[in-house]
Design a protein around this ligand. Structure first.
Ligand SMILES: [Zn+2]
Ligand SMILES: [Zn+2]
Length: 127
């Protein structure tokens, strides 16, 4: 059973592409449901992560992001602007297990890079 709040939160996650922070989700959910509290958003996000409905991305020195795609994929994180992009690498879990010689239940991998936009901005600065 979806509570009204959870449905509002899920609607926000499903109607915006990308990887939002809890605060961004809260601000958008608030437009639809002005009485919603940020604590409710955090609590529901936690429940949905535990239920496997959405995925939490933990980024050091940055707020957690939430991902509506639970398909296996990794994240590219721009070191300059902090934007998160999806990258699909097949067979990574198998590879890690073979290399480590153990069965793993999961992993957290953030790939760091400089995105195209920031690269362009960087090259403009030098001109
Ligand atoms: Zn960037
Ligand atoms: Zn993603």
């Amino acid at each position: 059973m979806l509570t009204r709040q959870r449905k509002a939160i899920l609607d926000v996650i499903n109607s915006y592409p990308g990887h939002m922070t809890a605060e961004e989700i809260y601000l958008k959910a608030k437009q639809k449901m002005p009485t919603i509290a940020i604590g409710t958003v955090y609590r529901n996000l936690g429940v949905m992560v535990d239920a496997g409905q959405i995925r939490r991305i933990t980024i050091p020195d940055s707020p957690d992001r939430y991902d509506r795609s639970t398909k296996p994929h990794e994240h590219l994180i721009c070191k300059k602007c902090g934007e998160v992009h999806d990258v699909f690498i097949t067979g990574l879990k198998d590879y890690l297990e073979r290399q480590a010689g153990i069965e793993i239940t999961g992993y957290n991998l953030n790939l760091e890079y400089i995105c195209e936009k920031c690269k362009e901005e960087g090259s403009n600065e030098q001109v």
